[in-house]
Design a binder for this molecule. Structure first.
Ligand code: PXG
Length: 297
């Protein structure tokens, strides 16, 4: 199927991609008022679909947005969209917007939320060469929105906080940006969680930093424990990151991405470290396991 013939689910109907449109009065567009998930399927299995759906509904609850489908109906709509598009290895974007309202920001003026499901053949964010080489990172001057503001614990449609940091990475000629929390501790990257390896311990910042509780991060923590590593969540300083043995990013699109350098400080010996490589190998083994997700067909 060519890309333009792909069907997009909008509120129970399937539209060809060129006709898949929402109103300019939708508060998702006007105010970033809505929530989303980025999900991935591997070889016909939607990886950790239930966990993504749980997080979508948790984000919606936090912003008092009532999704007009049960979780079971949502899962079925996602699987049906993938089937209609004949996809096995796919990137899936689920968006729930506040819906059409007036030009004021009051969500009470939006009677009906919209549900959108976009599925595409896999989006390759980073090629394998980049993975082998590792990412160059800069620490952005833009701080993460704190937990008492538009925290990224909620996966909302408002990503300007991350986009500002991505612009800094682009301007610096780096691959990605690291975002600090309000206090100056490491939080996460623009759309990925961050880990360091120090000896046989794996360390990642807690969600009190305002980071998204990542589903890939959870899987990696489990795999690390199975490999006998100690996994801890604690505040990490930039200094601890510079002096880590290894560091990497995790995310649905990025999977596991080694970090080569941060603000021109080489991490470890500047190559994929042995622990990162082992985790990557284990991760690649489990992603197609039907027990780790929900089969499409
Ligand atoms: N932090 C943030 C702020 C994210 O948006 C992650 C961490 C990693 O979480 P998961 O659950 O995916 O391991 C995310 C996820 C994109 C894109 O298009 C971004 C995400 C997911 C998919 C695609 O850049 N963000």
């Amino acid at each position: 199927m060519s890309k333009s013939e792909l069907l997009v689910y909008i509120d129970g109907e399937y539209y060809p991609k060129p006709e898949a449109k929402v109103s300019v009065y939708d508060h998702g567009f006007l105010y970033g008022d809505g929530v989303f998930e980025g999900i991935r399927s591997y070889g016909g299995v939607v990886f950790k679909l239930k966990e993504h759906i749980d997080r979508l509904y948790a984000s919606a609850k936090a912003i008092m947005l009532e999704i007009p489908l049960t979780k079971e109906e949502m899962i079925e709509a996602i699987l049906e969209t993938l089937r209609r598009n004949g996809l096995k290895d796919a990137y899936i974007r689920v968006v729930v917007t506040r819906g059409v309202g007036d030009l004021g920001l009051d969500p009470r003026k939006c009677p009906k939320p919209s549900v959108i499901i976009i599925t595409e053949p896999l989006l390759q964010l980073y090629d394998e060469e980049r993975r082998e080489k590792g990412m160059s990172m800069v620490i952005s001057w833009v701080r993460r929105d704190p937990v008492d503001a538009t925290t990224h614990e909620i996966k909302s449609l408002n990503y300007l906080n991350s986009i500002l940091s991505k612009i800094e990475a682009n301007n610096a000629g780096a691959d990605e940006a690291i975002i600090l929390d309000r206090r100056g501790f490491i939080c996460e990257a623009t759309g990925e969680n961050i880990f360091i390896v120090k000896g046989d311990t794996l360390i990642t910042p807690p969600s009190s930093s305002g980071a998204l509780p990542g589903i890939t991060a959870n899987v990696v923590k489990r795999l690390a424990e199975e490999m006998g590593l100690t996994v801890i969540e604690k505040d990490l300083t930039p200094n601890e990151l510079y002096n880590a043995d290894e560091a990497f990013l995790t995310g649905t699109a990025a999977e596991i991405m080694p970090i080569r350098e941060v603000n021109k400080r080489t991490i470890g010996d500047g190559k994929i470290g042995p622990t990162t490589r082992k985790l990557l190998e284990r991760f690649n083994e489990i992603v197609k396991d039907p027990k780790e997700g929900i089969p499409i067909y």
